[in-house]
Design a protein around this ligand. Structure first.
Ligand SMILES: CC(C)(COP(=O)(O)OP(=O)(O)OC[C@H]1O[C@@H](n2cnc3c(N)ncnc32)[C@H](O)[C@@H]1OP(=O)(O)O)[C@@H](O)C(=O)NCCC(=O)NCCS
Length: 250
């Protein structure tokens, strides 16, 4: 008889964690119930989890299958577009946003289909994709729209496509305590290499920004004086002439 009793505790914890978001509270309660039915009720469970699967994927645009494992107290900010592979595991106290993908990948080396696992207290930014047989360590933060195809160490902050670690030790983390006890072998740092095209774009944007700065006397003193030094004295603007004067008197 006990197997028919859905664990109220998990539902209540999700409920509390997602205070103020009734739609998410209901969705998670429904997911936990459907998952319990799938795991414990045998054929009868289909009556509960089939409608869940059908309605959530067709009408809500979410694919969180009952076969995946999600720890307690999941914080879901937005639910649209979330796609999680049925074999994935997400730890406890994680945060997930819209359009997050935890997807499988064909591993060319082993010929197997591999899929990601996520530790505890992981924060998944909107639109990020975790692909293949990787592990995201506890307390890691994955930035919005990051594409992560390599394992992430605990407490790392990862951004971009391809994902790169910009920092170890997220805002809410305790690196000393966490790194000491949870660094499973095989976790590799996502290569933190500079992207040459992005660097070029950034340099061009900085140059444009500088060229647009107002050429007031203050600007001449604090930075835009380089325009004056280059002999750019536009007679249409009295300010430019003044800037020349200020600069010339340096
Ligand atoms: C990744 C994240 C956690 C980093 O936050 P942070 O630690 O405060 O980092 P910062 O804002 O100081 O940014 C550090 C650098 O990373 C870059 N960066 C931050 N987030 C990024 C992202 N998602 N993609 C690409 N680069 C990013 C910043 O531009 C900055 O670069 P710079 O050093 O060259 O200036 C955060 O930016 C993020 O993406 N959170 C997800 C939030 C989200 O999905 N919100 C949606 C709500 S609906």
């Amino acid at each position: 008889m006990r197997k028919f009793l859905i664990p109220r505790q998990w539902i209540l914890q999700d409920w509390e964690t997602n205070a103020g978001q009734p739609d998410i509270r209901l969705f998670l309660a429904w997911f936990r119930a459907a998952q319990w039915a799938y795991r414990h009720w045998g054929v009868l469970g289909r009556l509960v989890y089939s409608p869940y699967t059908l309605i959530s994927s067709t009408f809500l645009g979410i694919e969180v299958p009952v076969s995946c494992t999600i720890g307690p107290r999941l914080r879901m900010y937005h639910k649209v577009g979330i796609v999680i592979h049925g074999e994935c595991t997400i730890g406890s106290d994680c945060q997930i946003r819209h359009a997050v993908t935890l997807g499988s990948k064909f591993d060319r080396k082993t010929g197997a289909i591999v899929f990601p696992t996520v530790g505890d207290h992981v924060d998944l930014g909107g639109g990020c994709a975790l692909l293949g047989g990787i592990h995201v360590g506890d307390h890691a933060e994955i930035g919005a729209h990051a594409v992560v195809t390599k394992s992430v160490p605990p407490t790392a902050v990862v951004v971009g496509n391809p994902g790169r670690v910009i920092r170890i030790g997220g805002a809410d983390s305790n690196p000393a305590g966490i790194l000491a006890d949870s660094s499973p072998a095989g976790l590799s740092l996502v290569a933190a290499r500079p992207n040459p095209k992005a660097t070029q774009r950034q340099a061009a944007a900085t140059a444009r920004r500088r060229a647009r700065r107002p050429r007031t006397p203050e600007a001449a003193i604090t930075g835009a004086g380089h325009l004056v030094r280059q002999g750019l004295n536009r007679s249409a603007s009295g300010q430019d002439e003044h800037a020349t004067t200020v600069n010339a008197s340096d």
